[in-house]
Each structure stands twice: as C-alpha cells, then as structure tokens.
Design a binder for this molecule. Sequence first.
Ligand code: GRF
Length: 227
Amino acid sequence: MSPAPLGLVVLISGYGSNLQAIMDATASGEIATRIRAVISNRPAAPGLDRARQAGIPAVVVEGRRGQPRSEYDSALQRAIEPFEPDLIALAGFMRILTPGFVQHYAGRMLNIHPSLLPRYRGLHTHQRALEAGDAFHGASIHYVTEELDGGPVVRQARVPVLDGDDEASLANRVQLAEHRIYPEVIGWVASGRLAWRDGAPWLDGQPMNGPVVTETDGLGGVRPSGE
Ligand code: GRF
C-alpha cells in the first residue's frame, strides 16, 4: 500500500496562481498530496473560487481593523487545526505572522517569495531588481521562521532580466518559474526527500548547505544553473 498523501493547507490572499499549480500537480498525480483546505484572509481572493470549483474547503479568516496580530493568528490556527495538515504552504499570503504562530508550525510551513533571497525581502521585489540593474532575478522557496522572508531557502529559480523588461513582464516570467518550483518542493516533502530535522532542512538524507538552484532561459525553459 502506498503511504497516505501529504495533507496540505494552502494560505492565500489573492489570485492563487501558485495554488492552481499545486492543485494541478496534485490532480495529475505528479505529487502525492491532498489539499485539505485553502484559507484566505481576504474574502474576495479569486483563489478561493479555484478551491471551491475543485471541491476543496475554502475558508475565510478575515482580520479586523486594530485587531492584535496575535489574536488574528490564534483565529487562523483554530481554522487550520481541524484540517490537521502535515504541511502549510503560504502562497501569496500577505500577512506578517507572529512568532508564536510560526513556532507552532516550525518545520511544517513553506513560503514562496518572488526574489533570489536574501536579496529583496518584503514587497516590490521585481521593481527593486529592475532598479538595481540585476542581470538575474527569480523566486525562492523557504521554510518559514520568525525572521520575515529569512528562513532557510531550499529551492531557487533564477530568471534572467531581459532588455526591455518592465515590472509586469519580469513578474510574469518569475511566476512561470514559481509554478514549477513550488509543486516540486511540496512533492519533495510528500515523498520524504525533504525533511526538517533539528531546526534545519535536509534533502535526500543530507543537511542542505544552500538551495537547489536552476536557471530558466528567460522564456520558460529550464537549464541547470551554470554558476
Ligand atoms: C507570488 O508571486 C508569490 O511569490 C508571492 O505572492 C505571489 C502570489 O501570486 N508571495 P498568486 O496569488 O499565487 O498568483
């Protein structure tokens, strides 16, 4: 008998294209996962409809003005708990999480961030990469720790910045890469390749000393990173 699929809860705030990529990889059997719920802090997040259409429980946990972060995070945790996830995937979840929440899910929560971390933590990453004149931009998947966008990075996709790129064109190509690497990393967890041990990520039975990196050709194809 094959082992039970990895139980996932995906947290979103918006469009949900990464959620869709994870749903597609799950539906095709590419990754041994089961999305138990999608939770959004915004009731109008289009990603909620993606979940509903696929018959996945879609839950809204809306914050109130002036509400302490710890109170919101307790409500979020109460919403997550009945689904008993093995892993939480933050996929465009636009809230800063409290240390208590992060510690509760230590080693069981991943985030996708649209930059080559540690460059450009926070917002407006595409614009910042363009303004800096970077030759490469990209996306990172990391474990969530108390430091915002600062947890151990396990996977990166490098995306060349092309002549004439603007924020939208660069963001589009970075997202194509995101849609490949997020399901891939979740698949690593599902198959047992990637695990969290003693406060650090291990891949294939070895402690990771940096992320697995690939480079796209700028058009959507992938080649191994040449650095
Ligand atoms: C992605 O670019 C992700 O890196 C960032 O938020 C965006 C979410 O996009 N954290 P979507 O909602 O998955 O389309």
